[in-house]
Design a protein around this ligand. Structure first.
Ligand code: PLP
Length: 447
């Protein structure tokens, strides 16, 4: 079975002729093959030429416990042999129930119930449809607008993508624009010119408060935000700001959806970061990626028990949340997630917390390079942002794809980088050692 990746030339040729990859540009849509990856092992992957690389982005922020974990492969085999699938409409399975209990145990506040999806976009979509449903049931049909922010990434389904805040994700795509209100990106490095770093949190909170006041809380259903904006360039928000937003949401009955598709399951050293790292008790948390360490497509939403209680007490006991996916509560996905959670709890979360300061300080040394405007991050996620000159921090004069050029050099040297225009994002598997961090940073410096 493992032979697929070794037929390098065939695969590249076939991809060029038949495969559409994510985010293609019109000029090469369906006609561009990307670097072939044949194998993975621990923090490493091997490309089609047999070159071993550190998996800098851990796939797409997801291979948290590392590649080729036999325990995970085995549990998928065993679960598939026992029960590969059951309809979640009329039946249920034990792994999904057990996983829901363990997720609820880790979740902050009164988050007690889990709805499983196939990934992050469908998790965000589910949270938003749930907000729409509860407001319909509670007779608040006007309370549907969604607050989102510049720099956000929440997915590629129609509604989740409408929340995305990076201009290049929106330029050529349609969206449910009438439903979404965008706020300033919480990016201290690229804050508005007239605002100081010290007053930036106040600025963001005031903008939020004013927006709610101007639109009217009776028209706003939810705020959706990543605790740390991941694909926006690992944007660590100013201290205390998220908690203050949470309080405004609570006071105005606006549901706070914490999108932890990237940050949950260990990236910040905890199963969920909302409570443990940011002191938040959201109404819903969305998760995906690290829940199975990328071994199986699974995501979900953890929902507040209070919201479900309100529904049960509503005047419309027959109103139906007409929402479900064929693969909701997939037994193989939930079984692998349970084993993945065992691995995280049995030492990997503690390891991630231990190496994170070293990871951050070593990457920070790259700020000595004239090309680097800022290195920022938290836990095991970081971003190296390149600038044309450090006085203006202007990224625009740079070659538009400086990240890609750095990635090409690093690839030669044994490191896969996640290039984001003028930024390089690093989020390796959580099992990375200090020695491997040294190698990673040395290659990135060279690149
Ligand atoms: N939310 C966040 C914060 C993400 O980073 C992503 C994907 O990168 C998504 C949602 C969408 O998840 P998926 O690609 O699994 O649909």
């Amino acid at each position: 079975a493992g032979d697929f990746g070794r037929h390098g030339d065939d695969a590249v040729d076939l991809a060029t002729r038949h495969l559409i990859q994510p985010w293609p540009v019109a000029g090469s849509a369906g006609a561009e093959a990307r670097a072939l990856i044949g194998e993975g092992d621990g923090i490493h992957i091997t490309d089609g030429d047999g070159k071993r690389l550190i998996d800098g982005p851990a796939g797409m922020w997801c291979i948290n416990v590392g590649h080729r974990r036999e325990e995970l492969a085995r549990v998928m085999y065993e679960q598939a042999m026992q029960l590969s699938y059951n309809t979640p409409w009329y039946t249920m399975n034990a792994p999904s129930a057990e996983l829901a209990r363990r997720i609820a145990d880790h979740a902050p506040g009164d988050l007690s119930h889990v709805f499983y999806t196939t990934g992050g976009s469908s998790a965000v979509e589910t949270a938003l449809r749930f907000m729409q449903f509860t407001n319909n049931v509670r007779g608040r049909r006007e309370k549907k607008l969604i607050l989102s922010r510049g720099g956000a990434y929440h997915g590629s389904t129609y509604l989740s993508a409408s929340l995305n805040g990076r201009p290049r994700d929106r330029d050529w795509m349609d969206g449910a624009d009438g439903l979404v209100v965008k706020l300033t990106a919480p990016n201290p490095f690229r804050r508005p010119a007239r605002v100081s770093r010290k007053t930036f949190a106040d600025f963001l909170v005031e903008e939020f408060r004013q927006t709610v006041e101007e639109i009217g809380a009776e028209r706003i259903g939810a705020f959706v935000g990543e605790p740390i904006q991941a694909s926006g360039g690992v944007i660590v928000p100013p201290d205390g700001y998220l908690k203050r937003i949470r309080e405004i949401c609570r006071a105005n009955d606006i549901l706070y959806v914490s999108d932890e598709v990237v940050t949950a399951f260990g990236r910040l050293g905890h199963v969920f970061a909302s409570g443990e790292v940011f002191g938040l008790d959201p109404d819903m948390i969305t998760f995906a990626k690290g829940v199975t360490s990328g071994y199986f497509p699974l995501g979900g939403v953890v929902i507040s028990g209070r919201l479900l209680e309100e529904l049960r007490k509503s005047n419309h006991p027959d109103a139906m949340f007409a929402h479900g996916l064929t693969y909701t509560s997939h037994p193989v996905g939930c079984a692998v997630a349970l084993k993945n959670l065992d691995l995280l709890e049995d030492g990997i979360l503690a390891h991630a917390r231990e190496v994170a300061p070293y990871f951050q300080t070593q990457l920070k040394t790259l700020e000595a390079l004239p090309l680097v405007g800022e290195v920022r991050g938290m836990g095991l996620m970081a971003c190296v942002e390149c600038v044309a000159d450090r006085d203006s921090n202007n990224p625009l004069e740079l070659d538009n794809a400086v990240g890609k050029r750095i990635d090409r050099h690093c690839h030669e040297l044994g490191l896969l980088v996640r290039p984001l225009i003028n930024m390089c994002v690093m989020s390796p598997p959580l099992i990375i050692t200090c020695e491997q961090i040294d190698t990673m940073v040395a290659i990135l410096r060279e690149g």
